[in-house]
Design a protein around this ligand. Structure first.
Ligand code: BES
Ligand code: MN
Ligand code: ZN
Length: 521
């Protein structure tokens, strides 16, 4: 069923003279990416795929390999390192077999991410190879149910592509591998895969939101896309428009939004899978659907990247898909602060003073430090609305975090050691890694303003920390809060472990794992 790319324009856009371009936008006629069919089978038979894969731990070449494969693997220095592959051929009972070995690395705390990497390496090797099906041979029992699911997750996630706006693909770009048959999986593998598949759908949704250009995904259409995707899942959706946010006094968020013809939105998604009355775990995402910098405008080079300045909001929305999809036994609220940061006759100026929902006033020194202005009002609102014990925000907040950590870890800031440790552990276990930074009164003082309660920027130094200090000024006593600066993680300039170039889906697995470990059962 075709899904319209553009929504009918809102009254606000029409008032501001935006034309309804929806008739010019192409229809999205298919789901993006490749959805692999996964089937389970107890044994091989004459119809099994001739492409077979086995997952091999480091330094642990199985003893039952055909001799020609074992010697070939050794000759080509295949050691079983995570992501390494070897391919050989032998004559099987039903004809020639193309056998691939995928390295799963050493057993340890990063076991599941490494197995995902092994699955992803198989996809990289065979996705466009002409092979249509792959059999994953699990008969040797070396993989547990959860480990089989991790390999499948890697296979599936690495197959996701963003071809929505290509009208042609060259032959060698066309994916062929569409089916995986899992042979001889242990008890419980199918159930484990069903949960992992919910996670895959969540990651894929995040990637879709993050990949879409800003003429397609803006605050209202972001909300619309979430409504579409979450319909029938049991997630309750509530949306605050600008009139409601004005009544609530969200002057900081609205100050960012005022330069755009698009209306800002606060999207609230509630999943009540836990005990009635249990305080929810709340996740808040920065959703700047495009960040020009505003009047403090950014340079042209690379500005197109700012379409993914809603990566935090995208991760929160994808996590809701994952949690509802696997019926997580926890109460979770996801909130996205959605605005577009534009320069305009009505845009906010450097030096403007705004009053936040918390009552604190802010001197807006730099209109490009807009993420914190959006988040502070969203953070105040969630604390008053839900009385949560734990609030975690995710945001593509600072370029400085890219300088500090590159694209290996997101930056973690927290007022609670327990919460920080829980998130660090969830990051390591899920592969969405975090690294903790300090917070302290000395950094906080860099935000003091001569005329208002605070400025929205500190000095050039320690830019990621002062951004976090700014957010901390909005956290009420007794609330455990953490901030994840994901500016280095939401988007990849080159293919990575389980993603292609582009949107990674960072954050979905982190949230899913953290909820599993801390809020369920
Ligand atoms: N959205 C940017 C941060 C960003 C940069 C995300 C690169 C992804 C990649 C954010 O709104 C921003 O502009 N931050 C400024 C803050 C500065 C004005 C204090 C920055 O990092 O330069
Ligand atoms: Mn900015
Ligand atoms: Zn931004």
């Amino acid at each position: 069923m075709p899904i319209a790319l553009c929504d009918p324009n809102s009254q606000r856009q029409l008032d501001r003279g935006v034309f309804d371009l929806s008739t010019l936008c192409p229809d999205r006629t298919s789901m993006t990416g490749v959805t692999m069919k996964i089937a389970f089978s107890p044994a091989f038979d004459a119809n099994s795929p001739r492409l077979v894969a086995r997952v091999v731990a480091k330094g642990d070449l199985p003893g039952d390999l055909p001799a020609i494969i074992a010697s070939g693997a050794e000759a080509s220095r295949f050691s079983g390192k995570a992501g390494q592959t070897f391919e050989g051929f032998y004559e099987g009972d039903n004809g020639p077999v193309r056998l691939a070995l995928a390295g799963a690395g050493e057993k340890g705390s990063e076991r599941l991410p490494q197995l995902e990497k092994a699955g992803a390496a198989l996809t990289t090797k065979f996705l466009t190879s002409g092979e249509t099906a792959l059999a994953l041979d699990c008969r040797d029992g070396s993989l547990s149910a959860a480990e089989v699911a991790a390999v499948l997750l890697g296979l599936r996630l690495r197959a996701w592509r963003w071809d929505t706006y290509r009208t042609k693909l060259r032959d060698e770009q066309k994916p062929t591998l569409a089916e995986v048959v899992v042979v001889g999986a242990p008890e419980g593998a199918e159930a484990a895969w069903n949960e992992a598949e919910a996670l895959a759908r969540g990651v894929e949704f995040t990637r879709e939101l993050v990949s879409e250009p800003a003429n397609v995904i803006y605050p209202e259409s972001f909300v619309e896309r979430c409504r579409e995707r979450l319909a029938g899942t049991g997630v309750e959706i509530e949306v605050l428009g600008e009139a409601e946010m004005e009544k609530l006094g969200m002057g900081a968020l609205l100050g960012v939004s005022q330069g755009s013809v698009r209306e800002g939105q606060l999207l609230v998604m509630k999943w009540n899978g836990g005990k009635a009355g249990d305080a929810p775990t709340v996740f808040v995402g920065k959703g700047v659907t495009f960040d020009t910098g505003g009047i403090s405008i950014k340079p042209a080079a690379g500005m197109e990247d700012m379409k993914w300045d809603m990566g935090g909001a995208g991760a929160v929305a994808g996590a809701m898909v994952a949690l509802a999809g696997r019926k997580a036994k926890a109460n979770v609220v996801g909130v996205c602060g959605l605005v577009e940061n534009m320069p305009d006759g009505n845009a906010q100026r450097p030096g403007d003073v705004v009053t936040t929902m918390s009552g604190q006033t802010v001197e807006v020194i730099n209109t490009d430090a807009e993420g914190r202005l959006v988040l502070c009002d969203a953070l105040t609102w969630v604390q008053r609305e839900f009385k949560p014990k734990t609030v975690v925000d995710l945001a593509t907040l600072t370029g400085a975090i890219l300088i500090s950590l590159g694209s290996e870890h997101a930056g973690l800031f927290s007022n609670s050691d327990d919460l920080a440790n829980g998130l660090l552990a969830a990051g390591t276990a899920s592969g969405d890694k975090l690294w903790r930074f300090p917070l302290s009164p000395a950094y906080d003082r860099l935000l003091d303003s001569a005329i208002a309660d605070m400025k929205n920027v500190g000095t050039r130094m320690a830019g990621s920390i002062t951004a976090a200090q700014y957010l901390q000024r909005y956290i009420e006593d007794g609330v455990n809060w953490a901030h994840c600066d994901i500016a280095g993680m939401a988007w990849a300039d080159k293919p990575g472990a389980t993603w292609d170039k582009g949107a990674t889906g960072y954050g979905v697995r982190l949230i899913d794992r953290f909820v599993r470990d801390t809020a369920e059962g």
